[in-house]
Design a protein around this ligand. Structure first.
Ligand SMILES: Cc1cc2nc3c(=O)[nH]c(=O)nc-3n(C[C@H](O)[C@H](O)[C@H](O)COP(=O)(O)OP(=O)(O)OC[C@H]3O[C@@H](n4cnc5c(N)ncnc54)[C@H](O)[C@@H]3O)c2cc1C
Length: 408
C-alpha cells in the first residue's frame, strides 16, 4: 500500500509528491499523458522571485522579464502601468513541469505515465484508486489520495468533494511569431474581445503567447478574431501558429478541498487568483500546506479531523485573497464596456495611479482591493464618474456585507 497516491503530474501534484517523498513517504504520481508538461496551455507568467521561493532554480526557465503592462480598454487609448522594475517573469511552462517531476522522482516518488485515474473509492482503512494504463485496468491502494488533476478533477467528483458542472473560464492560446516589446504584457479588455475575462499577449523567448479567456461563446473563434483585429494584427509577423491549445481556468470559489483520506490541490481545489486566473503560485503554495497536513495525518492516522487542518491553513493564508478577489471578479463580470473605459481613463490620474503603484502586488491582490473598496468610489466621484462611483458603492456593500451570526 502507498502512503499517498497523487492523481495528476502537473505542478501542484509533482510538488506535493516531491515534498512528501522527501519526508520518507511512499508516493505514486499518476499522469494520464505520455509526457510531463505536454500538452501545455498556460501563459507561464509568475511573480518575480516566486519560483525560487519554492526552491526551484529559475535561470534556465525564464523566457522574458515583465516590467510593464499595457492595458487596452474596450475603446480609447491604452494605459501603461509599471514601476520600472521586474514584476513578473514568463517561464517555459513545459520545462518547469518537467523539472518538478524530475525533482519528485529524485526524492523517491514513483511516476506512472499514460495512467488515467477513472475512479476512487474511499474505504475505512485506506483508499482504492482505479486507473487505466496502456489499455489495462490497474488498482492502487493508498492511505491517502490527492487530487491534483486539474479543474474538472476526477478525484474531486468521485469523492463527492466537487459538484459538477463547475464554473470555468474557457481559454485558448497560440504561440506565434510577433513583435511584442520585450518586458511588456499587453492586456485587452472588453465584450468585443473577451467577454467575462480578458485577452493577453506576452513575449516568450523567440515567440509570443497570445491568449484569451471568456465566459461566453466560442473561445477559438474569438482568439482567431483577435489575431486578425487591429489590436494585434499589426504585431503579428505570420499567421502560422507554432502551437495552439485550449484549456479552462476554474472560477476560484468555494470548493470543498478535503475529506476523509482525500485532499485536492491546485486547479482541482480552485486555487487560482480570482481576478487573473493565475494558479501556479497558489497551487504550489497550497500544495506545500497540503504536504504539511498530510505528513501529520500519515504520522498520526489519516483522520478527517487532521486533514481538515488543510482547509483551515488555506483559509488562514489565502482566505482574504480568495474572498476579496471573488468580490472584484463578480463586479468585473458585471461591468459594461463604458465602465471599463472610464476606469482605465482614470488610471492615468496621479491620485489613482499612485494608489495602484503603491499597493499593487503581482500575487497578493487583497491589499490593493481593500484600499479600492474603501477609497475607490470616493476617487471616482472626485473625478466626475459619479454614476460609476455610486454603482461600485452599492456593489461593494452588497458583496461585502458581513454574514449574520447564527442564533445560539
Ligand atoms: C490559457 C491559460 C493560461 C494560463 N496562464 C497562467 C499564467 O500565466 N500564470 C499562472 O500562474 N497560471 C496560469 N494559468 C493557470 C495554470 O495553468 C494552472 O493554475 C496550473 O496549471 C494548475 O496546476 P495543477 O497542477 O493544479 O493542474 P494542471 O496543470 O492542470 O495539471 C493537472 C494534471 O493532471 C493530469 N490529469 C487530469 N486528469 C487526470 C486523470 N484522470 N488521471 C491522471 N492524470 C490526470 C493532467 O494531464 C495534468 O497533467 C493559465 C491557464 C490557462 C488555461
Amino acid at each position: 500500500m502507498h502512503d499517498a497516491v497523487v492523481v495528476g503530474g502537473g505542478p501542484a501534484g509533482c510538488f506535493f509528491g516531491k515534498l512528501l517523498a522527501e519526508r520518507g513517504f511512499n508516493v505514486a504520481i499518476l499522469e494520464e499523458h505520455a509526457e510531463i508538461g505536454r500538452p501545455m496551455c498556460c501563459a507561464g507568467i509568475v511573480g518575480a522571485g516566486d519560483i525560487e521561493r519554492f526552491g526551484i532554480k529559475s535561470d534556465a526557465l525564464v523566457l522574458d522579464k515583465l516590467r510593464r503592462a499595457v492595458v487596452h480598454p474596450p475603446s480609447g487609448e491604452p494605459v501603461e502601468i509599471g514601476r520600472g522594475r521586474t514584476e513578473a517573469v514568463v517561464i517555459d511552462r513545459g520545462e518547469f513541469d518537467r523539472k518538478l517531476a524530475e525533482e519528485a522522482i529524485r526524492a523517491g516518488a514513483e511516476l506512472f505515465l499514460r495512467t488515467r485515474c477513472i475512479g476512487v473509492t474511499l474505504e475505512k482503512d485506506g483508499a482504492s484508486v482505479d486507473a487505466k494504463s496502456e489499455g489495462k485496468r490497474v488498482k492502487l491502494r493508498a492511505k491517502l489520495v490527492v487530487g491534483a488533476d486539474g479543474p474538472t478533477s476526477v478525484v474531486g467528483r468521485r469523492t463527492g468533494l466537487l459538484k459538477s458542472p463547475t464554473e470555468a473560464i474557457k481559454c485558448a492560446q497560440a504561440e506565434i511569431v510577433a513583435d511584442i516589446a520585450p518586458g511588456t504584457a499587453e492586456i485587452y479588455l472588453g465584450s468585443g474581445v473577451a467577454p467575462g475575462f480578458f485577452a493577453w499577449a506576452v513575449p516568450a523567448g523567440d515567440a509570443c503567447r497570445v491568449g484569451l479567456g471568456t465566459t461566453e461563446g466560442n473561445v477559438r473563434e474569438k482568439l482567431l478574431r483577435l489575431l486578425k483585429s487591429r489590436l494585434v494584427s499589426g504585431k503579428v509577423k505570420s499567421r502560422n501558429m507554432i502551437h495552439f491549445t485550449a484549456g479552462i481556468i476554474p472560477e476560484s470559489g468555494r470548493r470543498r478541498i478535503c475529506g476523509e483520506r482525500v485532499l485536492l490541490v491546485g486547479d482541482a481545489a480552485g486555487q487560482v487568483k480570482p481576478l487573473t486566473g493565475g494558479g501556479i503560485y497558489l497551487g504550489l503554495s497550497c500544495a506545500q500546506l497540503a504536504a504539511d497536513v498530510a505528513t501529520r495525518a500519515l504520522e498520526h492516522g489519516p483522520e478527517g479531523r487532521i486533514l481538515k487542518e488543510y482547509e483551515d491553513a488555506v483559509k488562514e493564508r489565502f482566505g482574504k485573497e480568495f474572498e476579496l478577489g471573488t468580490v472584484m471578479r463578480r463586479i468585473f463580470r458585471r461591468m459594461s464596456d463604458k465602465d471599463l473605459d472610464v476606469i482605465l481613463k482614470l488610471l492615468s490620474k496621479p491620485d489613482i495611479k499612485e494608489l495602484v503603484i503603491k499597493h499593487a502586488d503581482f500575487d497578493k491582490h487583497a491589499e490593493l482591493l481593500s484600499i479600492l473598496i474603501k477609497k475607490g468610489p470616493g476617487l471616482l466621484a472626485k473625478f466626475g464618474a459619479r454614476k460609476l462611483a455610486e454603482y461600485l458603492r452599492r456593489m461593494f456593500k452588497s458583496y461585502t456585507r458581513p454574514i449574520p451570526r447564527a442564533k445560539a
